[in-house]
Design a protein around this ligand. Sequence first.
Ligand SMILES: C[S@@+](CC[C@H](N)C(=O)[O-])C[C@H]1O[C@@H](n2cnc3c(N)ncnc32)[C@H](O)[C@@H]1O
Length: 215
Amino acid sequence: MGDRYTLFAPFYDLFSGEYPVYHAGRVLGIDALNPGQGQQVLDIGCGTGLNFPLLQKRIGASGTIIGIDRSDDMLRQARRRARRHGWKNVILVHADMAQLEPGAIADLIEAHGGSRASDAALATYSLSLMQDWQQAWTNMARLLAPNARVGVVDMQDPEGWARWLTPLARLACALGGSDRTAAPWQALEEQCTDVVTASARGGHLQIRAGTMNRH
Ligand SMILES: C[S@@+](CC[C@H](N)C(=O)[O-])C[C@H]1O[C@@H](n2cnc3c(N)ncnc32)[C@H](O)[C@@H]1O
């Protein structure tokens, strides 16, 4: 899947269906996560940084975004976005979430002026791409402060009236390399309290946010 994003990185924002479909989940996910001014937020599988503008509105210049992605090419786009906006509070880390050593990543974040433990984490359309998303989840949890907020936005087949859109949704997941049956938000439901649940686009987009109280 890394290769897919290597080739696709420069065109991701244009062709990933952002405005017709996926932006809605991003907005709902960040609303539910509700990060505060000055907080440090991990963006897991941050890609080109499409979450960054919405996160910046919440955390302000005194907050920090830590974007982690295994694709150098996606990170290059994220870096360009940060430069274009003049954001000085974005730290980008090239790492595979399922394989990284949380202690080493915390060292790296600290070396770039961030805190070892983040106040919140968000994963939009990324966990379902990771073959070992459970390990990625565990690693993410080890980078969080106690009682951090966590948000997951991911995909499944549409439901109810929207079932007729299933072939389209499946095509989008297949093109992106995502497992539409992974349901990674279940980890959040099991390990968090105060869980906020939402869905959009006929149930294709599943949104959860909560307070992590089990590490
Ligand atoms: C569909 S894109 C989503 C990007 C971004 N979160 C968004 O909402 O637009 C999935 C991203 O996850 C990254 N990714 C996939 N597996 C990963 C892993 N094991 N560790 C870190 N990043 C990963 C890909 O490189 C890609 O940038």
